[in-house]
Design a protein around this ligand. Structure first.
Ligand SMILES: [Fe+2]
Length: 289
């Protein structure tokens, strides 16, 4: 597989104190020092950080980063992307330092979402401090999954499947078109492409190792008054038991466990419901609170 996993997310955020509560207290990630000025960096495993929150005037995705094998593989992919018409920018040594990786490139997908391809994450070998989460499910499965908005999902499909080598794992029909769930490792999906007018990060997901991790995360959501977005439920595609909350910038953020692991040649299927049970929706809080 050319792409191994989702490696890290960089988000532009407008309210650093609110995100510090959200990522540190609710998600129970370990805040670590990093060199992106004014930003917060959060660690959940051996990566220096998996989440970087960068102060900005406008919230949004700064980069969804996918890990490739090594520098040779990155070079080969850059050649293929440029041949296919993508504009690819090499990350400088300084920008590699900010990300704590050996090399990366940045580009936008056909939906206008900023993505990065990187190799050589720098490991921290100490035990991560994530109180209330026994361990985050990462390793070969990556940090979790994301759903990206895409004006033309078929163009997105050609980019991620035909060019970057993702596998189609399942689909579902929405009033706006087909939503594709794509995988690049044994995690049932690492990336979803959702039909929408413009680019954006619709949601991101972290996985704990057991039901108690989800239960304790629910307790923290109530304790820190994090607004619920979908109640506890079990998904029909990846079988994950999870709940969703609204982030300070109103992404949906999913926390779950028991996600399905699949073989690379598992055939795709179409789901007609999102959940076997649960996942009842609550709209976002109004801006005035
Ligand atoms: Fe999800």
């Amino acid at each position: 597989m050319p792409i191994h996993s989702l490696g890290y997310l960089r988000l532009n955020v407008t309210d650093i104190p609110a995100w510090r509560r959200f990522a540190g207290e609710f998600l129970a990630m370990q805040e670590v020092s990093g060199s992106t000025e004014g930003a917060l960096h959060y660690r959940i495993d051996s990566f220096h950080h998996r989440l970087a929150l960068i102060p900005a005037e406008t919230p949004g995705l700064a980069a969804a980063a996918f890990q490739v094998t090594d520098s040779r593989d990155l070079d080969r992919m850059v050649t293929e992307l440029e041949t296919a018409g993508s504009t690819v920018t090499r990350g400088s040594k300084e920008d590699c330092e900010l990300r704590q990786v050996s090399g990366f490139v940045s580009l936008t997908d056909p939906g206008g979402n900023p993505i990065e391809l990187f190799h050589g994450p720098r490991f921290d070998h100490s035990v991560p401090v994530t109180p209330g989460v026994s361990a985050f499910v990462t390793g070969d499965l990556g940090m979790g999954h994301i759903i990206l908005n895409m004006a033309d999902v078929e163009a997105g499909y050609r980019f991620y499947v035909d060019l970057l080598g993702f596998s189609e794992r399942n689909t579902t029909e929405s009033p706006d078109g087909t939503l594709y769930f794509l995988g690049c490792n044994a995690r049932q999906h690492t990336l979803g492409l959702a039909p929408a007018a413009g680019p954006g990060l619709l949601h991101f997901m972290f996985e704990g190792v057991n039901l108690d991790d989800v239960g304790r995360a629910l307790d923290r959501a109530y304790r820190y008054e994090v607004p619920m977005m979908q109640s506890l439920g079990r998904h029909t595609n990846d079988n994950m038991v999870s709940f969703y909350v609204w982030s300070p910038d109103l992404h949906a953020v999913e926390f779950g466990y028991d996600g399905e692991r699949v073989d690379p040649d598992t055939p795709s299927y179409d789901i007609t419901e999102g959940a076997f049970w649960g996942h009842h929706f609550t709209p976002p809080p109004s801006p005035t609170g």
